[in-house]
Each structure stands twice: as structure tokens, then as C-alpha cells.
Write a protein that binds this ligand. Structure first.
Ligand SMILES: [Zn+2]
Length: 421
């Protein structure tokens, strides 16, 4: 009997994180307690809250439910102008061409396949791209919501730009590329973008599909999740990412952790600072009247459970923000170059922040363990314990002095004093 009850609970949890989105709705009212209550009861997804409107995604009957409760709402319409956007195949060709043109600083690879079998392409940009050097590892991921397309195009333009600047021996670019392992994934949901729609081909919202440490889905296992989510989880486990961003559309703002709980991040001041830094180079973002200085705390905006941003720091010490690039998810393709111009400096300068940090490499690369990071100056505080693998650990940190208490899985311990200048 007990087993049966457990199984029912388990299957409900799985169902919830893999909930199929059947309706895309725009609600024309402000986000209120009333809608939060309805959301908890009926388990639909809220996204992109603006002053007088927001989006809702849910199963069949959600629009009816909202209207019954007095909300002015209707289905979202997708504009036809998207026809002029490149297809998945066009972008694949482009990435392959760039990898061929710059073989000394690129490595193009796929971390897995989407539901419909499309490759999840990643471009690595670094000197000695085929070697795993002891350099901080950075990543950009875009368009896990298939209809939020601007980021996909911007990241491809950014790859092209970075590679050509490197070839032209631009000093800042050469320095960054030679000392960083940069990974760029323009499209995490290629099936969704082909339609276009938010969810993947199974109808699941990938940004609600990651383990959530505040709910009962707190086991960091890829089992039972969507193929795209699984691919990211496996990839992240193999690497040592310490700083990243993921791109969306539907607003213009940097959304910083946490999304899933209202408590502040352990390094809140620092997180706010670099979020502002991204926005500061992007005039429409910085001066956006909706979001002062172009930033907002995720949970202050609206709660997201099962998002990639919180998962990546909580489980993998990979500090991540969610960057919303455009109010219109599918703006006219001719405006992409303007979006690129607005984000170009931000995209470059944001990567540089990864060099504010400290780490270690042990003499044996088979060593795994845990490291407790304690800040000693300018203030004393414990920043938590983090797993590491492959004998390597690196953490993005604000300026200060730190003690790393390393505990290896064989029980031996080691202490290192490090400084971030
Ligand atoms: Zn999104």
C-alpha cells in the first residue's frame, strides 16, 4: 500500500515538471494576489510580467478558467514576419562555416539531440580549442523558449564578430579568448524555434524542467526530463562552468537569482553589480522605465520553479543570470542588427567578469571532493560548500580574501588562501 502511494506521488511530480503547454495566453491586467492563488491551485506558468499585462501558459481550459475568474485574456498571436528568419539548417551551415574558417580558435560540437533529432550545437572559442586547459569556463545559452528568437541570432552574430576581431588581433579580444574557455549555444530548443513555439516538441517548457531545490524535485538527476534538459545537465556535469547567462525575449531586463525563492543570493551585492554592468552598455535596457537600471531580482518579478538559472548555481557553482532581450519575441528580422548593436559591448564585457574569481588545480585530475569557500576580507562570511570534480575548481567572486577548505573524497583535507584583486 505504502509503495502504491509513493508511486502516485512520484508520478504526479514527474507530470508537473513535464507539464504539456496547450494554451498560450495574454492576460490584460496587473499581476495580483488573485492570479498567484489561481496559479498555485491550477499549476499554470506565468511569464513576462509587465505593468498591465503578462503571459500565461497551461493546459487546455486555462483561458476559460481565467475568464471565468474575471480576467481579460486572449490567446497569444504569433506574427508572420518570422518567415524571414534563418532556419535551423541555415544556422547550422553558418556555424560549420565559421568553425572551418577559424579552426585554431573554435571547436563546434553537439551536446545531444532535440526531441525531433536536431543537434544542440555549441561553439567553443578559445586558443587550443581541442585541449582542456585550466582556464575559467564561460557559457552563453539562448532560446530555450523556441519563440524567443532574438538571442539565437545575436549569439551567432557575436560568434562571428569575436572570431573576426581575434583574427584582426584586437588586443582585448585576443586576451579574453586566450585566457577563457568560451562556450556558446545559440539554440537550446531548435524544435520550438522551427514552429515557432515556446515549448519543445513534447510541449514542455524547458525553463521549468530543471531540478528545483525548493520543491520535492531536489535530486540533481536528468532521469525523466526532456532530452534538451538532459543534454544540458550531462554537459554541465562534465565541465567546470563558473559564469554564464541565458537569453530570452518578452521584456528588456537582466533577471538575477534567485527565481524560485525570495531570499537573497549569498553574493547578492556582487550579483546586482554585474547585472547592472551588463545593462549599463545597453541603452534601451539601462534606461528602460519598466525596470530601474535594467535589472530585477527574479522572484521579486515572478517566481519560477525548475528554471535553469537557479539550478546552475545551486548544483554547479555556475553563476547565471537570465537576460531578456526584446519586448517583442519575434521582431522584424531587419531589426536584429539594431539589437546586436545594443548588446554587443554587454555581451563582450560580461564574459570578462569571469576573471574576477579564484580557483585551484590539484596535481591529480582524478580528484573529486567538496570545497568550502569562506571570505575573510573585507568581511567574514561563509559562501557555502561546492562539489568539484576532475581535480579542478574555479569560483567567480567579488574582490577580497578567501580561504578554500578542500575536502577530497578519500578523506584528506587541504586549505588554500586565495585573493581576488
Ligand atoms: Zn523565456
Amino acid at each position: 500500500m505504502k509503495l502504491i502511494i509513493l508511486m502516485i506521488i512520484f508520478s504526479q511530480t514527474v507530470f508537473s515538471k513535464n507539464q504539456v503547454l496547450e494554451e498560450s495566453i495574454i492576460v490584460k491586467s496587473s499581476y495580483s494576489k488573485k492570479i498567484k492563488k489561481l496559479q498555485t491551485k491550477h499549476n499554470f506558468i506565468v511569464d513576462h510580467v509587465h505593468k498591465n499585462f503578462f503571459e500565461v501558459y497551461g493546459k487546455k481550459g486555462t483561458l476559460k478558467l481565467l475568464k471565468k475568474n474575471g480576467f481579460k485574456a486572449g490567446f497569444q498571436k504569433i506574427r508572420k514576419s518570422l518567415i524571414s528568419y534563418p532556419s535551423f539548417d541555415d544556422n547550422t551551415k553558418k556555424l560549420k562555416k565559421l568553425a572551418r574558417k577559424y579552426p585554431n580558435i573554435t571547436k563546434l560540437f553537439s551536446i545531444g539531440k532535440s526531441v525531433e533529432g536536431r543537434d544542440l550545437w555549441v561553439m567553443k572559442i578559445s586558443d587550443n580549442p581541442n585541449k582542456d586547459e585550466f582556464e575559467p569556463e564561460f557559457k552563453y545559452i539562448s532560446s530555450m523558449h523556441g519563440d524567443e528568437i532574438v538571442g539565437r541570432e545575436l549569439l551567432i552574430l557575436f560568434i562571428e564578430d569575436l572570431l573576426s576581431m581575434y583574427q584582426k588581433k584586437n588586443k582585448k579580444v585576443v586576451q579574453l579568448v586566450n585566457n577563457t574557455e568560451i562556450f556558446i549555444m545559440p539554440s537550446m530548443n531548435p524544435d520550438g524555434s522551427e514552429v515557432p513555439k515556446r515549448a519543445n516538441a513534447n510541449g514542455v517548457d524547458l525553463n521549468r524542467n530543471f531540478p528545483d531545490f525548493t520543491t520535492n524535485d531536489d535530486d540533481n538527476t536528468p532521469d525523466g526530463r526532456e532530452p534538451e534538459t538532459q543534454a544540458i545537465m550531462k554537459w554541465q556535469k562534465e565541465r567546470h562552468f563558473s559564469f554564464s547567462a541565458n537569453f530570452h525575449g518578452g521584456a528588456v531586463v537582466v533577471n538575477y537569482p534567485w527565481d524560485t525563492k525570495s531570499q537573497r543570493h549569498p553574493m547578492d551585492k556582487f550579483v546586482v553589480k554585474f547585472s547592472k554592468y551588463y545593462a549599463s552598455f545597453n541603452q534601451p535596457m539601462r534606461d528602460n522605465p519598466e525596470f530601474p537600471e535594467g535589472i530585477i531580482n527574479g522572484s521579486d518579478w515572478y517566481e519560477v520553479d525548475g528554471g535553469m538559472q537557479d539550478w546552475s548555481y545551486h548544483w554547479h557553482n555556475d553563476l547565471q543570470v537570465t537576460i531578456e532581450l526584446s519586448n517583442t519575441k519575434y521582431p522584424d528580422y531587419s531589426t536584429i542588427s539594431k539589437f546586436y548593436k545594443d548588446n554587443r559591448k554587454s555581451l563582450f564585457n560580461y564574459i570578462k567578469i569571469i576573471h574576477s574569481g579564484a580557483g585551484f588545480k590539484l596535481n591529480s585530475n582524478s580528484k573529486n571532493g567538496k570545497v568550502e569557500v569562506v571570505q575573510t576580507k573585507p568581511m567574514k562570511r561563509n559562501l557555502g560548500s561546492f562539489n568539484f570534480h576532475g581535480g579542478e575548481f574555479y569560483k567567480v567572486l567579488p574582490i577580497g580574501k578567501y580561504t578554500f577548505n578542500i575536502k577530497l573524497s578519500d578523506g584528506t583535507t587541504e586549505t588554500r588562501k586565495l585573493e581576488v584583486k
